[in-house]
Design a protein around this ligand. Structure first.
Ligand code: C5P
Length: 217
């Protein structure tokens, strides 16, 4: 069986960075599942399809995307990386992600990322729904304030504009939607190691996670 490490958690918890670092250390492939929801929302928007319309599931099913080796995302062969990471796109993604038909349409595409020598997958339901048999499951949390501050820094570093107070509100609204939806809500898997990164450096979180992964064999 292909070893899969899952990292779930709310937006801005640092799971994307951690997933990348763990994948590098282990020499595994990487799945940023949030990018697939973001890309589906962008593809629907590009085709002028309302995010509540039934056609969104077909858009998810036939998504024409690729990622270059450093993770930049292409939709229909156009690089969409900068618009992909905005909070507006995140909010659109979280709206369509509450739909069972969209989640079902993306399920097999996500599972197909599990190829040798192994996969690190980050998202909201990696350990609970997409890879329930993964040998090592992690759940990364942090306070909403610190997550908004980190996201703010990230956006500014990427040359995008941002407003911290608005980010706190947006992050809380997105969290509420992700945690309280009927399908695949954001919850730690029963067998996940939960790490709160509010007062921990990336390095400290990484060390704790690696220790857990090694202990799972
Ligand atoms: O992780 P990221 O912020 O890119 O995810 C964007 C949105 O996509 C999340 O707010 C969530 O609603 C949705 N998502 C999801 N399941 C995943 C990954 C992301 O529902 N596995």
């Amino acid at each position: 069986m292909i070893p899969v490490i899952t990292i779930d958690g709310p937006s801005g918890s640092g799971k994307g960075t951690l997933a990348r670092r763990l994948a590098e250390q282990l020499g595994f492939h990487l799945l940023d599942s949030g990018a697939l929801y973001r890309l589906t929302a962008l593809a629907a928007q590009k085709r002028n399809i309302d995010l509540e319309a039934p056609e969104v599931a077909a858009v998810a099913q036939s998504l024409n995307v690729r990622f270059d080796p450093d993770g930049a995302a292409y939709l229909d062969d156009a690089c969409v990386d900068s618009v992909l990471r905005t909070e507006q796109t995140g909010a659109m993604a979280s709206k369509i992600a509450a739909r069972p038909d969209v989640r079902a349409a993306l399920l097999e595409r996500q599972r197909a990322f599990a190829t040798a020598p192994g996969l690190v997958a980050d998202g909201r339901d990696m350990g609970t729904v997409v890879f329930p048999d993964a040998p090592a499951k992690l759940f990364l949390d942090a306070s909403a304030q610190i997550r908004a501050e980190r996201r703010y820094k990230q956006l500014i570093e990427n040359g995008l504009s941002a407003n911290l107070a608005a980010l706190v509100e947006e992050i809380q609204a997105r969290d509420d939607r992700d945690r309280n939806r009927a399908v695949a809500p954001l919850v730690p898997a029963e067998d996940a190691l939960v790490v709160d990164s509010t007062h921990l450096s990336i390095e400290a979180v990484e060390a704790r996670m690696m220790e857990f992964i090694r202990a799972q064999g």
